[in-house]
Design a protein around this ligand. Structure first.
Ligand SMILES: [Zn+2]
Ligand SMILES: [Zn+2]
Length: 341
């Protein structure tokens, strides 16, 4: 592996979460540059910094998050999650100039997945993607804050900015959905409705703050949500990426309600334009519109206060057992596998 360039750091990985996006890259090799090192919820210790890095030094514990260019109009306006180079930087398998710091026997290997490729003992990453972690939080706990947890919590707190007493339905109770449910409780939502086909996930959702659980294999979620809320929810959040579920999420909104989507690559939707005309809204929720250096410390503070127990989502695995961890995640046996190096 190459050393860091002037604006980069070399991180010795301590822990990395496995996110659904890693698994979907494995499952869709036609849209994945190969060979590649995946992984994008890395946390570790800085070992080296490039000469232009002024805010990190060797020995610092860091959580790595998504990449953004820092130079496009969206980045300079403070919306790095909508960076013009988002797709190339995070999914391209290289730096913007096409190079990768990783090679094997002289042959280049795609790296820089989400500007980190954290399924490796070491990662070269841009300093701007790293968030210094407080030393009282273990890195195995902090790792998933960089993608899945901030996507769920950020949707509620940054995008919806759910007011006290509002209502929300969360479709899909994986790590993203459960993080949204915990954040909805933090926000003071009155009705927090979890929708999932797995009873054990609904049970966990209730323990983490859901006031209601709906299993769509047993009852119609849209009818039930309208019953519970007297007409529809203020906010609906889909993190399944399934067209039927997204359509249900949209249908469960009351007028002026906002539906957020965290997944849906290549999915075609059938929506009633008249409902949009009447004020319903549907938007994507990239990374929960989180600015990692601001939002990750906020989530850690909520955790310290006992109000955001995201440790309940995590199951630790040895890095060597990465395939077992992915299998367990796909089967729904674990919510958030975290690999330990
Ligand atoms: Zn940008
Ligand atoms: Zn992710």
């Amino acid at each position: 592996m190459e050393g860091p360039r002037s604006d980069e750091i070399l991180v010795r990985m301590v822990a990395s979460g496995i996110c659904h996006t890693d698994i979907s890259m494995i499952d869709t090799p036609d849209r994945t540059p190969l060979p590649i090192v995946l992984g994008h919820e890395g946390a570790g210790i800085v070992e080296e910094v490039g000469e232009a890095v002024i805010d990190l030094e060797p020995g610092d514990p860091v959580v790595l998050s998504y990449g953004y260019c820092g130079a496009c109009s969206h980045c300079v306006q403070g919306s790095p999650y909508h960076c013009d180079n988002m797709h190339r930087l995070n999914f391209g398998g290289s730096r913007l100039d096409g190079t990768s710091p990783i090679s094997q026997k002289g042959e280049a290997v795609h790296g820089m997945f989400f500007t980190q490729s954290s399924f490796a003992t070491h990662a070269v990453a841009p300093a701007r993607s790293a968030v210094k972690a407080p030393r009282d939080i273990s890195l195995d706990l902090a790792a998933p804050l960089g993608c899945g947890v901030q996507t769920g919590a950020g949707t509620v707190l940054n995008i919806f900015q759910a007011p006290v007493g509002s209502s929300i339905a969360v479709f899909g109770s994986g790590s993203v959905g459960l993080s949204a449910i915990m954040a909805a409780k933090v926000a003071g939502c009155r009705e927090i409705i979890a929708v999932d086909i797995f009873e054990n996930r609904l049970e966990l959702a209730r323990e983490l703050g859901a006031t209601h659980g709906i299993n769509p294999q047993r009852e119609n979620p849209v009818d039930r949500i309208r019953d519970i809320t007297g007409g529809g929810v203020d906010f609906a959040f889909d993190n399944t990426g399934n067209a039927k579920v997204i359509q249900d999420a949209f249908a469960s909104l009351k007028m002026r309600g906002h539906c957020g989507l965290a997944a849906g690559f290549g999915v075609e939707l059938k929506l009633n334009a008249f409902e949009i005309l009447l004020g319903k809204k549907i938007t994507g929720v990239i990374e929960g519109e989180s600015i990692p250096r601001l939002f990750i410390p906020q989530m850690i503070e909520l955790y310290r206060q006992g109000r955001f127990p995201f440790d309940r989502l995590i199951t630790a695995y040895d890095f060597e057992d990465i395939n077992g961890a992915i299998r367990a995640s796909k089967k729904g046996d674990v919510v958030k596998p975290v690999l330990m190096f």
